[in-house]
Design a protein around this ligand. Structure first.
Ligand code: SF4
Ligand code: FES
Length: 250
């Protein structure tokens, strides 16, 4: 099959970028979208041209690296899938496909389709962990966890930090990501000692990074490849409010 691509090319954050036309022929419909970009890059290198820079690592929906906008959708047209899990059979032979990087103030463009998502790392470093004294591992039965809480925590922990929620949100809000990272610990007994401080610090860092505010549009949940739920945002807001009131009365 053949695809007509319009790919965003930009040397670095300081120069203007533009969409450049490429045609890639002889594609197998069972190729992944990233394999198709590999084929394009192979052609470009053989012609002596600069290959398209794009992020990828696991290529199986785990690492969250393959961030790109495809035809105006974060991770493309397939529901609950990352770009590396998108296959060319989702397109028709001869389709024109637009490929762009995440567009968000807090994710500056590094080159072509690569953006700097280190703001997420700084939010995690601000509080997305539990402090533990190392020692002998406890017996699992010493710390019983309610099955429903365990399932909700696991659902929140499915977030791969891809940034599609930010890219899809017209406000550039990161609340789905941050709330998933807060919830995965807030729902477990191990997360309780630092629960208030965690919510305060992570939300503070999120605001400092320049992400927008949530206005309940829901594009984040609709585009999230891991189907992270908006209820996590409600939990984060409750935790943040409770922690703010608590810190003022102390
Ligand atoms: S909440 Fe979903 S869209 Fe946002 S970073 Fe996590 S996995 Fe990606
Ligand atoms: S390359 Fe790892 S999630 Fe797509």
């Amino acid at each position: 099959m053949k695809l007509n691509l319009k790919v965003w090319r930009q040397k670095n954050a300081n120069v203007a970028g533009k969409l450049v036309d490429y045609t890639v022929d002889g594609l197998n419909p069972d190729m992944s979208f990233l394999e198709m970009v590999d084929v394009l890059n192979d052609h470009l290198v053989k012609k002596g041209e600069e290959p398209v820079a794009f992020d990828h690592d696991c290529r199986e929906g785990i690492c969250g690296m393959c961030s790109m906008y495809i035809d105006g959708r974060a991770h493309g047209p397939q529901h609950a899938a990352t770009t590396c899990q998108l296959y060319l059979r989702s397109f028709k032979d001869g389709d024109t496909v637009h490929v762009e990087p995440w567009r968000s103030r807090a994710f500056p463009i590094v080159k072509d389709l690569v953006t700097d998502r280190s703001a997420f790392d700084r939010i995690i470093a601000a509080g997305g962990f539990i402090s533990v004294n190392t020692g002998q591992a406890q017996d699992a039965n010493n710390l019983p966890v309610d099955k429903h809480d365990a399932e909700k925590a696991m659902d929140a922990a499915a977030c791969i930090g891809c940034g599609a929620c930010v890219a899809a949100c017209p406000n550039g809000a990161a609340m789905l990501f941050v709330s998933a990272k807060i919830s995965q610990l807030a729902l477990l007994p191990q997360g309780q000692p630092e629960r208030d401080l965690r919510a305060l610090r992570m939300v503070e860092q999120m605001d400092a990074e320049g992400f927008g505010n949530c206005s309940n549009i829901g594009a984040c949940e609709a585009e999230c490849p891991k189907e992270i739920k908006l209820t996590n945002i409600a939990r984060m807001n409750r935790d943040f409010l409770a922690a703010s009131v608590g810190s003022e009365t102390e």
